[in-house]
Ligand binder design. Sequence first.
Ligand SMILES: [Zn+2]
Length: 149
Amino acid sequence: MTKVDYVLNQPQTRPHHCHWPGCNRQVPPAMWGCRVHWFKLPKTIRDKIWKTFRPGQEKDWTPSAAYVEAAKEAQDWIAAHTCPMPIKRIPSKSIVNFVRTGKELEIGRITLRKLKDGSIWMENAAGEGMQVAVEKLELPLWRFFDENF
Ligand SMILES: [Zn+2]
């Protein structure tokens, strides 16, 4: 049996959720995460997890050091490339003077503005916002700012 066949045919033998932070979707223990989140990882990291996964490690709890390293790399990548939503930390009034130039980008109910120091101000419809480093944005947003500002 190939590794692909093995992984795709593993049942949900115990509660085990997707490893993407905040995702509670149940996936078989032989899988890293749900389909949506798995494919959000860069291919290089997916390849590392895939290569180092040994069928059965999820049953005898003995992943290799290489697998643990790959899984950690995935978590580090997620932390560095996702935006800490929902935004509730800083009242927007506190940075009014900070925003002097720049266009705005509206995505759904979230408004993004590039600040002078290059970071991004995100604000929701209720006027709550927070300042984030551009690297914390989801990649497509990050690219938008690179290309348009
Ligand atoms: Zn997920």
